[in-house]
Design a protein around this ligand. Structure first.
Ligand SMILES: [Zn+2]
Length: 453
């Protein structure tokens, strides 16, 4: 319309009348649109369709509807009824686990876990695919297991079919509760002897893949997990080849034959001609042999400029009408269509496709623990399998899928769990400096000499 107004014909005729009449119609149009919207909102009717996904019906599919502080998005279904749902309902199973995760998860072994905020034993064991009946047997017979404290260590062993064989809870180094399987039940005993701590070095060659070979050499799944996480930003473990080598130094605490605690002090992995090290510093973090950071930084926002948040992360969001929990697993940014969307960190594209609810969406895996997703895109600019850099343009924001207004839905998953990307603690990529660096370098000398290959 703007081009017509400024067209040379009108200018030459010196005729202002068409200009003002066109402008007048335009202004009335705008006013009409603005005033029309609340009328539509009044006619919104809520109809719960399924108990899980809360749905709403309205007669206008193109308006975002505000319900409290949460924006609800409208779906254009094929009938008269237009659903309103969250934009975040991408099926979790579509985000593929990578091979290493599968290998670590699938095999029977001993897992070690440190209790963190919000953990319950039931949820932890469920997350690691422990047989549900066993979880029930254990937690219902031993109510004291509800008293796990942040920072305490637990460990457990399962068989090939995820049946729990034994479970142990380290309350302190001379107070360990052990629950051993006996038929369908578990029998509790207490170990009060001090554990014996010893440093051991384990080395091996890559013959099939790192996880299998590391396990064969005597490392537990938990220890393998710590190694792969420590080096996750430096080394893609899938690229290790036959003939590559590894060497690990661990401080293991043993109670008789049972491993009660293990700490990775250092690891060296030889990939072709290159050596990768992760050495534990006094601050509890791993660094390379020069005290350089092994982690990488993340952007808070996948956008070049900060944008208004139109809907916040809320895992327990209650639907204002039905009272049902309808989680919003990400953050919605109100950005106009075509806004460049940037990868928040270095990573590998694992999904780049259209899906009914998410529209055009991208999932990027960053290292071993982090995953980000970007939904409702107008355009996808990357392909699955592609490596992307932090800040790289991966798509253009849009309004595809179950979305009623242009916006970007962004999710951050840590260890396969959605977290609030605006508040989650993200890795900091600072290396050591000053005194702590000096102390670290001295330590490296000692550890490095034990990691010969
Ligand atoms: Zn959303």
């Amino acid at each position: 319309m703007a081009q017509q107004i400024k067209s040379p014909n009108i200018e030459k005729n010196n005729s202002k009348i068409p200009y003002f009449s066109v402008l007048g119609v335009f202004v009335i149009g705008v006013l009409f649109t603005v005033l029309w919207r609340p009328l539509n909102l009044d006619r919104t009717v809520y109809v719960p369709l399924t108990p899980q996904a809360e749905t709403t019906v309205t007669d206008n599919p193109h308006q975002p509807v505000d319900v409290g502080d949460a924006r609800v998005e409208i779906v254009d279904s094929n009938s008269n009824n237009k659903q309103i749902t969250e934009s975040s309902d991408v099926p979790e199973d579509e985000i593929a686990k990578d091979e290493l995760d599968e290998i670590i998860d699938d095999k029977d072994n001993t897992m070690q876990y440190t209790i963190s905020r919000g953990d319950t034993l039931h949820d932890i064991l469920l997350r690691y695919n422990v047989n549900k009946n066993d979880i029930y047997q254990l937690t219902s017979n031993y109510k004291q297991l509800a008293n796990l404290r942040i920072g305490q260590q637990i460990s457990w062993t399962t068989d090939d079919n995820h049946n729990l064989q034994s479970f142990s809870w380290t309350i302190s180094s001379n107070n360990i509760r052990v629950y051993e399987r006996s038929g369908d039940k578990f029998v509790e005993s207490t170990e009060t002897a001090e554990g014996v701590s010893q440093n051991i070095v384990i080395s091996g060659d890559i013959k099939t893949n790192f996880v299998a070979d590391a396990r064969k050499s005597g490392l537990t799944s938990s220890e393998i997990g710590i190694i792969t996480r420590a080096l996750q930003w430096r080394l893609d473990f899938k690229r290790l080849q036959v003939g590559d080598k590894f060497s690990v130094i661990l401080a293991r605490e043993m109670h008789g034959k049972r491993l009660s605690n293990s700490q990775l002090l250092g690891v060296r992995i030889k990939n072709g001609n290159k050596d990768y090290y992760a050495i534990l510093a006094d601050d509890g973090k791993y660094y390379d042999i020069n005290g350089g950071s092994l982690s990488q930084s993340f952007f808070r926002y996948p956008l070049a400029k900060q944008a208004r948040v139109s809907s916040n992360f809320n895992p327990r969001r209650l639907h204002p009408i039905t009272g049902q929990v309808t989680p919003h697993n990400g953050v919605d940014f109100a950005v106009s269509r075509g806004t460049p969307v940037l990868s928040v960190g270095n990573g590998e594209v694992v999904i780049a496709k259209y899906s009914g609810s998410a529209g055009n969406y991208i999932a990027i895996r960053h290292g071993r623990q982090y995953m980000t997703t970007y939904m409702h895109l107008d355009k996808i600019l990357v392909k699955p399998g592609q490596q992307v850099k932090q800040g790289e343009k991966i798509g253009l924001s849009g309004n595809t899928g179950r979305s009623t207004g242009p916006h970007l839905h962004f999710e951050l998953h840590i260890n396969n769990k959605p977290v609030n990307p605006l508040t989650a603690s993200l890795p900091i990529s600072d290396g050591l400096t000053g005194k702590s660096k000096k102390a670290f370098i001295a330590k490296v000398k000692n550890i490095k000499s034990q990691l010969s290959l």
